[in-house]
Ligand binder design. Structure first.
Ligand SMILES: Cc1cc2nc3c(=O)[nH]c(=O)nc-3n(C[C@H](O)[C@H](O)[C@H](O)COP(=O)(O)O)c2cc1C
Ligand code: SF4
Ligand code: SF4
Length: 554
């Protein structure tokens, strides 16, 4: 029972039995009414104890303003009735975006953010269909090591990490961000907070989690000769100073932070861990930091753990990993139990702080039973959910009116995370398939490894019926073979031998009625080899790499 397992519980009793058998730290409450209680924080009434966590959608307009799908997502969240709507990661500088279509607040896009707040406030309804005002937070970020503003990774790092540099393919002489650049970046967080206030947000979150820049600073133990590295004072300086300055310059806005309390990465490459080289938690530094933040006037902390690019199961246990992802060797209930114990430890050491709990979606229909028990015990003030809300944006009102949730429940299939990895817009593929089903398939085919898996279906027929179906008579099996061998140049040259414009043809040819219709793979696997997509991929790559020049002789 200790190893990995998929969700299989039909009743609360069954879940309870496993929790007891594994001796876990997971409280349960049959009665979830407490989640409907309102609460005052910094003079603001928050209508209930449900919080929608920030979830990147990658659907901003090119200038960083919320796009059509962004408005759709937050309108639905507003209608769904959660007490807190925490807007997803929003970059404060363009080079700090994790994706070309990530939200980015700036002078040009600020109007869009203002409209977003208005739309949320106009559409917010409680369980009786009456208007209510949710607490709306804007998460401000710099993606640091995960920066990818133009669709190609452009990491900005605070120090070298023996563990993360390997994953990110960074050489020992890769430059690190300087103190002067960090000083300037502080100003950008302040400007963004000012804009957020003018837009009508209730609060800003100075994001310090998930391996992004401000979190990486917290464990910059090995950053030398810098006021931002080495000692606890220095490593926490950026976050503390930004909060202090925003408090002074924009006193009206409420300040909060989404903060990693445990990384699950050994010291000195992770934070919230013992210094003995293990990944055992040690909350002494996170607790010291939260105490300092409390003194600076921060009253709400949104709990985060782990790094989604390195050990994603720590914060978002799943039944299925993304393609090529790992299956953790611990039971998801054990992961959840660890997170609850860490949250409990913080709540008992700093009882004045309002905590938002995290990582409950794996529990499916029973997440409210755990969350309600934690709220009753005052370990958290709010039950935060991410994937639950993506799967069912109306979950809050449904749960508060009936006491439980019975439809559109997240099954932790990781398809939303897969969309993020593939580079497309993000949504629930399972329960919002009208919008995200085709987007998911489209972006999957942009992923080279996935395309290769599908290309493996080609059985190299002789004579090849696909070639017969191709008006240009391209040697399709040969270019597929070269693609599978990883030789883009050769694959492209094979196409070009018979077709001078393979990229344009890949877009214009009705391949489903030509080569693909004749593909033998249809008989064997019930689906053709995606010839058109392979052709598109190879031709695009060839163009980017400079192999696609048309010579005057042809
Ligand atoms: C697709 C996706 C996007 C996410 N985007 C963000 C984000 O913008 N900011 C953030 O702090 N966390 C982000 N997260 C983490 C979630 O907020 C949440 O902490 C995590 O999914 C665990 O909660 P859950 O079990 O309720 O899903 C994201 C998670 C997923 C799956
Ligand atoms: S795609 Fe939907 S069901 Fe799957 S993990 Fe994401 S939110 Fe849950
Ligand atoms: S018909 Fe299909 S399986 Fe056969 S060679 Fe062509 S692409 Fe490959």
């Amino acid at each position: 029972m200790e190893g990995n397992s998929r969700f299989s519980y039909r009743t609360l009793d069954e879940l309870c039995k496993d929790i007891e058998a594994m001796n876990l730290f997971i409280p349960l409450s049959e009665d979830t009414q407490i989640l409907a209680e309102s609460i005052y924080v910094e003079g603001r009434k928050i209508p209930n104890r449900l919080c929608i966590h920030p979830m990147e959608g990658h659907d901003a307009d090119p200038n960083g303003a919320p796009g059509e799908l962004t408005f759709r997502r937050y309108t639905r969240y507003a209608q769904g009735g959660a007490g807190i709507i925490w807007i997803e990661a929003t970059a404060v500088v363009p080079e700090g975006k994790a994706h070309p279509r990530q939200l980015w607040i700036n002078e040009d896009s600020v109007k869009g953010f203002k409209t977003l707040v208005e739309v949320i406030k106009e559409n917010s309804l409680n369980l009786r269909g009456q208007k209510q005002l949710p607490f709306v937070v804007l998460q401000l970020t710099h993606s640091g090591r995960q920066s990818c503003p133009e669709g190609v990774p452009f990491p900005i790092i605070t120090h070298h990490s023996r563990i993360l540099d390997v994953k990110d393919n960074l050489s020992p002489d890769y430059p690190i961000i300087s103190d002067q650049e960090l000083d300037k970046l502080q100003e950008k967080f302040i400007e963004a907070s000012q804009m957020a206030y003018e837009c009508g947000f209730d609060a800003v979150d100075i994001k310090a989690c998930h391996g992004y820049l401000l979190h990486e600073l917290l464990f910059s133990y090995t950053r030398e000769n810098s006021k931002y590295g080495g000692s606890f004072e220095n490593r926490t300086r950026f976050l503390r100073e930004v909060i202090e300055k925003v408090k002074k310059i924009v006193p009206e806005i409420i300040l909060t932070t989404r903060l990693n309390i445990y990384d699950g990465v050994p010291y000195p490459w992770g934070w919230g861990v013992k210094k003995d080289g293990s990944v055992k938690p040690d909350l002494s530094e996170p607790i010291a930091l939260i105490k300092k933040l409390k003194e600076l006037g921060v009253n709400i902390i949104n709990i985060a753990v782990g790094n989604p690019y390195y050990n994603p199961h720590l914060e978002r246990p799943y039944d299925h990993p993304i393609a090529g992802g790992y299956v953790p060797d611990e039971h998801p209930l054990k992961t959840i139990s660890r997170n609850i114990r860490l949250t409990f430890e913080i709540a008992s050491r700093i009882p004045q702080i309002r905590l938002i709990g995290t990582g409950f979606s794996w529990l499916r229909q029973f997440f409210p039973n755990v969350g309600a028990a934690m709220v009753k015990k005052r370990w958290i003030s709010f039950l935060g959910v991410g994937r639950v809300a993506l799967a069912n944006p109306y979950f809050a009102n449904e749960l508060l009116s009936k006491g439980n949730l019975t439809k559109n429940i997240c099954i932790t299939c990781s398809s939303c995370s897969q969309m993020m990895k593939d580079g497309g817009p993000v949504g629930c593929v399972v329960h919002d398939s009208e919008i995200y089903g085709s987007l998911y398939r489209f972006w999957r085919l942009k992923n080279k490894n996935y395309l290769k898996t599908l290309a493996e279906r080609c059985i190299q027929c002789f004579p090849p019926p696909c070639q017969e179906g191709c008006p240009a008579r391209m040697d399709i099996p040969a270019f597929i073979r070269a693609f599978l061998e990883g030789d883009i140049k050769k694959s492209y040259q094979i196409m070009r031998k018979d077709n001078i414009l393979p990229e344009i043809c890949a877009y214009l040819c009705p391949s489903e009625r030509l080569c693909e219709e004749k593909c033998t793979s249809r008989i064997i696997y019930r689906e053709e080899v995606p010839i058109r997509e392979i052709q598109k991929f190879v031709a695009e790559e060839a163009r980017k790499r400079g192999y696609a020049k048309v010579s005057p002789g042809r």
